[in-house]
Design a protein around this ligand. Structure first.
Ligand code: AMP
Ligand code: ZN
Length: 468
């Protein structure tokens, strides 16, 4: 499997630190508003990366944070006359709702910055002890950027080149040793949330939270760190400087970045007013259409959002769903149950589309080509499945289509198509997985049921289920 690594600017063979396991961290949103469709892109893209890694047999520990302390959250709280905590809790809940509607799997852990302050204080203390950070008279702690010799290795910038551009911004603080030194801890302002620390009552800078949460939930070294391309500099560059100076080992082996989502070929921005929230799009479209639209592009390319392109995505998705519904119908009404020899040859032939799909995904998660393979499979199914087909044949085709769409997070089955007996079979498989202590598999089955609108409840009398 090849992954384009921003560090080397090349596609590299993926070799995990621990065989069969992937430790992955994706920078999450700052929660002061509903997420917009730009924020949705990394969610959808890296959820698909995760789904493919799991399909390929890896156990993925997927961590994605919520930044729940930040100037924008505090500003919003002041405007509304409420607390920063109330604002962030509200929008975390809304964000999780949007994620569910886009069929983005919940992370293994969704840490919150405000619950990880002690870890941040510990890491900042280590950086001070090692000479990578210093405290000034008001209690602000800065990172001593020039001390980290490899600073710039991710963004392929060097500090001296950057200096010319940066100076003109004129952000040198009085006691800051250097322009490029960035804040690790800052003193509180009146009315802001704050925490005790050895340096002052205050709050952390933004970059330190990801270094700390990644260390806590995934360890000092991780496989993949990801986010939008705007995070390469300075956020991810600063995370590397913090983590590698504090821990003394490589922070992340692979760095993945998604391209930006534009609207009508213009940069989407709040100040221009040309952005849509996921919620707004959800009022006009099934959010599966948004997901499908995003995956039709390569994740590293810029992507333009427009009504026409959404309509095209809607039609494409419809084509797949119609084929799936047709297969489901044929399966239910088949007159013969067993596969003929000719059919079994066709089933083997259909596997070539699976191979094509996998080859596309193994090549730096080329979902655009993977979707083309799904369309070819659709065409194949439409050509070869008919009322004369056997139940087993149609079922095999359906299963293949469903498997590939599942990797993309695209749901092809409608709720009604899931029979009670199928649900009970899956619940039984989940119980078995739990007995075998294969909790990842058990969770996977629960999530798969949830994606089909089936809610499980573990009670003393056993597992109960209901349709959402
Ligand atoms: P933020 O809440 O601004 O920190 O953003 C959360 C995530 O969304 C980060 O990974 C950003 O890089 C990403 N992001 C923000 N705007 C866009 C956009 N227009 N297109 C793609 N990704 C974006
Ligand atoms: Zn981050």
């Amino acid at each position: 499997m090849k992954i384009y690594n921003t560090l080397s600017r090349t596609k590299e063979e993926f070799v995990p630190i621990e065989e069969g396991k992937v430790r992955m961290y994706v920078c999450g949103p700052t929660v002061y508003n509903y997420i917009h469709i730009g924020n949705a892109r990394p969610m959808i893209v890296f959820d698909t990366v995760r789904r493919y890694l799991e399909y390929a047999g890896y156990e993925v520990n997927f961590v994605s944070n919520f930044t729940d302390v930040d100037d924008k959250i505090i500003k919003k709280a002041i405007e509304e006359g409420t607390s920063a905590e109330e604002v962030s809790q509200r929008f975390i809940k809304e964000c999780k709702q949007d994620m569910e509607d886009m069929n983005v799997l919940p992370a293994t852990t969704h840490p919150l910055a405000t619950l990880e302050i002690q870890g941040m204080i510990d890491m900042i203390s280590t950086l001070i002890e090692k000479g990578y950070a210093y405290v000034v008279s008001d209690g602000t702690v800065y990172y001593r950027t020039r001390k980290f010799a490899e600073y710039g290795k991710l963004s392929h910038k060097n500090l001296d080149d950057l200096e010319a551009g940066h100076r003109s911004i004129g952000v040198v603080g009085d006691e800051k040793e250097d322009d490029f030194d960035f804040v690790l801890w800052k003193p509180k302002k009146e009315g802001e949330p704050y925490w005790e620390s050895p340096w002052c009552e205050g709050r952390p800078g933004w970059h330190i939270e990801c270094s700390v949460m990644s260390k806590r939930y995934l360890g000092d070294e991780i496989d993949i760190h990801a986010g939008g391309e705007d995070l390469i500099f300075p956020h991810h560059e600063n995370e590397i400087a913090q983590s590698e100076a504090a821990n003394g080992v490589t922070f992340s082996r692979y760095w993945m970045h998604n391209g930006f989502l534009n609207i009508d070929n213009k940069k989407m921005s709040k100040s221009l007013g040309n952005f849509f929230t996921v919620r707004e799009i959800g009022e006009k479209y099934d959010l599966q259409v948004l997901r499908f639209f995003m995956l039709q592009a390569h994740y590293r390319s810029p992507l333009n959002f427009s009504a026409e392109l959404m309509e095209a995505a809607k039609n494409g998705l419809e084509r797949i769903r119609t084929a799936a519904a047709n297969l489901a119908y044929l399966q239910e009404n088949a007159k013969v149950s067993d596969m003929t020899e000719a059919e079994s040859t066709l089933v083997k032939e259909s596997q070539s589309y699976v191979e094509k799909f996998k080859a596309a995904m193994e090549d730096d998660f080329n979902t655009a080509d993977a979707i083309s393979a799904v369309f070819e499979l659709v065409k194949f199914c439409n050509q070869h499945a008919s009322e004369e087909s056997s139940k087993a044949f149609v079922a095999a085709l359906y299963e293949t289509m469903e498997q590939l769409c599942n990797v993309l997070g695209i749901i092809i089955a409608s709720e009604q198509e899931m029979l009670d007996s199928e649900i009970e079979e899956m619940i039984e498989a989940r119980q078995q997985a739990r007995k075998n202590k294969d909790f990842a598999k058990a969770d996977e089955i629960r999530d798969a049921l949830l994606a089909k609108g089936i809610l499980l409840e573990d009670t003393r009398e056993g597992v109960k289920w209901k349709r959402a």
